[in-house]
Design a protein. Structure first.
Length: 452
């Protein structure tokens, strides 16, 4: 019996020792196992963070010296030309290009596909001035295949855009200076410019409109919002052609010149804002100030609706025939050929003042004015007819249009003086009388264009 007890006790001790040994092993061996498992897990997570090529994205950095550049963030191209060549070689259809801060001289580049160009780094602002925009210089950007182009937060020096064939162009938060010929020239398609400044565009040849900031033709539809168009050599905004339709909001047109000083004819290229050949302009909440020859010129089938806008200080220009121009607003139909329809102008809540010649000039055209103030000009209202069109086609309506403190308030040529009941009081310094139909101007609808 004693022997059995000793054997049982020995087995119990062996079992107990085994359990204790296992506990010790679990305490000292398990943590490293857990550590190893954790390390493996971390490695798997980090694998996911390894940089991989981004789809439909290229990077361009003017400072890049890499001979093996592939457009990735680590190996960016050094120029837009290099990026465009890569896009074309790969047959890409749509791409976003991130442009690092720096200077890019590209000469002439043609869009190879739908493209967005954005700044790569975060922009720095000092007193509301952007100080780190990428700068494209001495470049002509051509879009002749109807591609979509979107540009944000880029500066342009001595650059121009030539766009045609139903392209869609969106440029926001950008500035242009010293563009040759035209800063933005678009034929057809859609255009949106938001928070854009275009200054000091240069005329480079004798071609019509060379030196104009924005030239829109061929049925273009455009939205211009919060623009500064200043000190351009030959006008700020010119729109022509049937189907061309522009909505302009908060546009400042300031101190633009006129190159057509060799002729006193009221033809193309003499208005800071100019609408012709069936084009339509809707403009509101804008300022047209201190420009040469004509501030706003609507002629030969052009149509414009202008509201809540001030036009002032238009200067005359010295020509071989003497001083010409100096009208703030001129609406004119001089040819009997009416293939684009009659010239039409509607003004509402507009002030025209301080011009070198006249505040409002009407030459055989259709016009309606409501709440228009004409003051401080040499001539207030100047109505003429060259007799090239039957004068009865002149349709005029004035509703609450004070015309005062001009050197001569009313100047009429050929046309009979309107009766006071038809809106005009011929007593100098007085306010024009109410028309018979006080709702005449309200019949004209004002279209605010939006682009999706």
């Amino acid at each position: 019996m004693a022997q059995r007890r000793k054997t049982s006790y020995a087995l119990f001790c062996v079992f107990g020792f085994g359990v204790l040994l296992m506990l010790v092993l679990m305490i000292f061996i398990k943590p490293p196992l857990v550590f190893c498992q954790g390390k493996d897990k971390t490695d798997k997570i980090s694998d996911k963070n390894i940089e991989k090529p981004e789809l439909n994205v290229l990077y361009v950095d003017a400072a890049s010296k890499s001979k093996n550049a592939d457009g990735s963030k680590g190996l960016p191209f050094s120029s837009l030309r290099q990026a465009f060549s890569y896009i074309k070689s790969k047959g890409l259809r749509s791409i976003t290009i991130y442009l690092e801060q720096g200077k890019y001289r590209e000469k002439t580049i043609t869009l190879p596909c739908h493209i967005r160009i954005l700044p790569a780094g975060k922009l720095k602002h000092t007193k509301n001035v952007v100080t780190r925009r990428p700068l494209i210089m001495n470049t002509k950007i051509v879009n002749q295949d109807g591609y979509d182009l979107e540009i944000q937060n880029i500066s342009f020096d001595a650059c121009s855009f030539e766009i045609k064939n139903n392209a869609k162009t969106i440029i926001t938060d950008a500035d242009f200076s010293y563009a040759p010929h035209c800063a933005v020239k678009q034929q057809g398609g859609r255009l949106k410019l938001i928070n854009v400044a275009i200054i000091r565009t240069k005329g480079t040849n004798q071609q019509e409109h060379s030196g104009t900031a924005i030239l829109l033709t061929g049925g273009v539809t455009a939205v211009l919002d919060d623009l500064l168009l200043a000190n351009n050599e030959d006008g700020a905004l010119r729109i022509e052609g049937g189907g061309s339709k522009v909505y302009a909001h908060k546009v400042t047109v300031k101190e633009n010149g006129c190159r057509r000083t060799d002729s006193g004819d009221y033809t193309f290229g003499i208005g800071a804002v100019e609408v012709s050949k069936g084009a339509v302009l809707f403009m509101e909440n804008s300022t047209v100030i201190n420009n040469e020859f004509l501030g706003v010129f609507i002629f030969e089938g052009g149509k414009a609706h202008i509201r809540n806008t001030t036009v002032e200080g238009t200067k005359s220009v010295a020509t071989a025939q003497g001083e010409w121009g100096g009208a703030n607003i001129s609406v004119c139909q001089k040819t009997a050929h009416l293939s684009f329809g009659t010239t039409e102008l509607e003004l509402a809540q507009v002030t025209t003042k301080g011009s070198a010649f006249c505040g409002l000039q009407i030459i055989d055209a259709w016009i309606r004015c409501q709440d228009v103030t004409i003051t401080g000009n040499v001539f207030g209202l100047n109505i003429m007819s060259p007799n090239s069109i039957n004068t009865p086609c002149l349709d005029e309506c004035f509703d609450n249009c004070p015309n005062y403190n001009n050197e001569v308030d009313y100047s009429m040529d050929i046309l009979p003086v309107p009766d006071a009941g038809d809106a005009l009081d011929m007593i100098d310094g007085s306010t024009s009388a109410e028309p018979t139909d006080s709702s005449c101007c309200a019949q004209v609808s004002f279209e605010i264009i939006t682009l999706e």
